[in-house]
Design a protein around this ligand. Sequence first.
Ligand SMILES: [Zn+2]
Length: 590
Amino acid sequence: MAYKALYRTYRPNTFEEVAGQKHIVQTLKNAVEQKKTAHAYLFCGPRGTGKTSIAKIFAKAMNCTGEGTIRPCMKCENCLAITEGTHPDIVEIDAASNNGVEEVRNLIEKVKYAPIKGKYKVYIIDEVHMMSAGAFNALLKTIEEPPEHIIFILATTEPQKVLPTIISRCQRYDFMKVPNVDIIKKCKSGLKKEGIRCEDEVLEMIAQLSDGGMRDAWSILDQCIAYAQNDIQAHHINEIYGLLTIQEKLSLLDMVVHQNAGQCMKMAETFSEKGIDMKRLTMDLIEILKESIIYDYTEDESLLHILSVDDAKQIKKYLSTTQRHFMIDTLMETNEKYKSATDIRSYFEICLLKMMKEPQSSSTQVVRKMVTQPSQEKNVSRETKVEEPFELIEPEMNEESIPVEQDIKQESSITNELHEIKQNETTKSNIIQPLKDDFILQLLAGANKTEKQTDMACFQSIHDYAMDLEWIKEANLLSHGKIFASGKNYTVFTVESQAEANEINEMENKNELSAFTAILFHKRKKIFAITHKESLRITGIFKTKMAEGTLPPPLNFTLSEISDEKPVEPTEEELVMDLFGKENILITED
Ligand SMILES: [Zn+2]
């Protein structure tokens, strides 16, 4: 008998067989029981999390004519035909390959006919965001006024690309990544039925690799079975996916701790020769350190998935929590840099050396102090600066800008004043630093939701410019950001790292972004960037200050390059409500 892929064999056929998504399954079951189904559903979520599987189960449940109370019964004619994929009333469309107006027109043509066999005609449209604008519009008309017997289930991995007018007519369900425990449970029972041996460690690895996608987990197992036959072991997965065993990773960390640079570099060379995925290794090292820190705090064995208790204790013995935090920061920073790196290996090697530099030596103690106790420093500096007059961009201490690289290259300067190190670090410009709190608060005070929505709609086309030679630099720079707040003539972005934020603020400072914003937003806007982390913190401050009535006044740009736009000034109250929504704001009269 030909081998049937596991993900086909173990595709769920009933609500009970679905991995994860408990809240969605329960809601849909209730809808079927109470006969309260809608005409259009939108299933959003990452790939392989069960969107189309659940859509099919739901279609079955709605058309099931079985005797009992359990829907789908999996016995009646409708259930069987839908499972087989031969039911005439269930139409599955992959919008990725049928994205044209013609296909949708054909579909809509048939919509008016009554179902042949079942109670409802169910159209399952996968990757619906891939449909062309024309096709979307054609579909919209039908979704607006669907015949009684029609149900649309739209599935997408990218809901932000689906027209808001479509979304507003659908009942929306957001699918989550499947938790590792559920993936492991499913895999275990599947393998048992197939009579295949597999160590628990392997299942943990597969769950990690599949990143919340049940379908991916089955595919990985399929590959392992093809390679290892009936007995899958950890080294098989390592060989297939270019991974290291936990012991190999630990011995790499051990070399870092003992500052054995020579051995480390040799190991990196071997990894490279063996085709080890260094990006994944970087993430794995972060996971190991993270897990060991969690164990430090909890001593809870059940929270250990990668490490054994002995491993965790061993790590604690030779690495302080502070050191591990430092190493995690360094690894994460390196991981960020991979995105634009051409030579991953050399970044990885530098990362190992950086982590090595950290312990013991007295000069690095200073750096460590700076890295690990930034909040005190920061608070002091903020408190003393609060009353200073506002400056657009001004150097300020911030933990994210503390230069970790510096400890290698500039050991002599490490004991110098903090800001001196800072200046050494910024190579391109000496003045671009994180924006000041007061300045950001002023930006927020002048922001409003309508402007933000307009900006966000325009921002969807950012990727079109990433291929445009004229705008490639600007588009790439902004494309990793998210719009945080928008004022009449400015937009505040959030980005992952302080380095990215600095780069954007620097370009803005040099007026290199305004021509691009004129095209992207259809009007010239100033662009500011802060990190996601900062945005959360500043939102907290904003809310507090608003409650106290101590918000700074909104910022008024009267800059020549945007003077062709007439700034409209709403009242402060309107601005605040616009920004966070009425429901989140308590206005006190005074
Ligand atoms: Zn049935």
